[in-house]
Ligand binder design. Structure first.
Ligand code: B12
Length: 226
């Protein structure tokens, strides 16, 4: 395995962060390849490099330096980088763990984080069903009704879509599906306190923590063999 000095590793991750923040697609791809060559774990490259770049973009948007087109270009740059790195996400863990369905909640079309969570979960051996974006409470319940789903993951990035999580949980309760699934939630608009308040079974702040949260709730499901 290639050895890389801590300072080099930090330099590559900063380069990647800045390339995403400046939506320089070619530079993002080149930095991803350099990170691979330097032996930096793919998870770290994604979360400590590219995702930090997206945080910068969010901050610049908030202060009106960036507008919507810049958000879109940064998202494209991140997706290009992810396509370079995804094939190298480590496959680990047992196959045929619990089935987990993921969706961005009603009104929310942000999906980079959700998709990342899906990729990390797949790499960890979970069977992931992607319900897409703008998923209504009825659609979440429909997915549970369809069968073998053990865990439902909901993503919300905006304060005005956060209430859709609570609505979905209430809808699952009213339609008697709540007890058949474990629920984990994430995304920039939520935190552990909110998760506890609405009665979710787990919360995670990033994709690595999402794998831990999924394993934890899966561990409490009867007949789970992971
Ligand atoms: C990229 C982006 C977009 C892209 C989305 C592209 C796409 N395909 O996803 C586009 C340009 C489409 C967009 C649109 C809009 N956006 Co936007 N967007 C962002 C931005 C810059 C980055 C989000 C991102 O991808 N981050 C990188 C990923 C890796 O991180 P993440 O999503 O947080 O996911 C991680 C964790 O949260 C967690 N996680 C996420 N989901 C889940 C789910 C589960 C189950 C678990 C366990 C964990 C988990 O793990 C993930 C991986 O580590 C954020 C700013 C920010 N810093 O969040 C604004 C931001 C979310 N957007 C914002 C806004 C306002 C909008 C628009 C309304 C803009 C407009 N005027 O139209 C629209 C809304 C569209 C809609 N209806 O949803 C605001 C929301 C403000 C608020 N607090 O409500 C933000 C915060 C920007 C800001 N600072 O103002 N956006």
């Amino acid at each position: 395995m290639n050895r890389v000095r801590v300072s080099d590793r930090a330099a590559i991750l900063s380069r990647l962060r800045d390339a995403v923040a400046n939506f320089e697609v070619d530079e993002v791809k080149a930095a991803c390849l350099d990170a691979l060559e330097a032996g930096i774990p793919v998870e770290e490259t994604i979360l400590k490099g590219m995702a930090r770049g997206m945080d910068i973009v969010g901050g610049l948007y908030e202060e009106d330096t960036y507008l919507l087109p810049e958000l879109i270009m940064a998202a494209e740059a991140m997706n290009e980088g992810l396509s370079v790195l995804k094939p190298y996400l480590k496959k680990g863990g047992a196959e045929h763990r619990a089935v987990i369905a993921l969706g961005s909640v009603e009104g929310d079309i942000h999906d980079i984080g959700k998709n990342l969570v899906g990729s990390f979960l797949t790499a960890a051996g979970f069977d992931v069903r992607d319900l897409g974006v703008d998923v209504s409470p009825e659609e979440f319940a429909g997915a549970v009704n369809d069968g073998d789903i053990a865990i439902l993951g909901m993503s919300s990035l905006m304060t005005n879509t956060r209430p859709a999580i609570e609505r979905t949980i209430k809808y699952l309760e009213h339609s008697n599906f709540r007890s058949s699934v474990k629920i984990i939630i994430g995304g920039a608009s939520v935190d552990r306190k909110y998760a506890d308040r609405v009665g979710a079974d787990g919360y995670a702040e990033d994709a690595l923590a999402a794998v831990r949260a999924a394993k934890k709730v899966a561990g409490s499901i009867e007949n789970y063999s992971g």
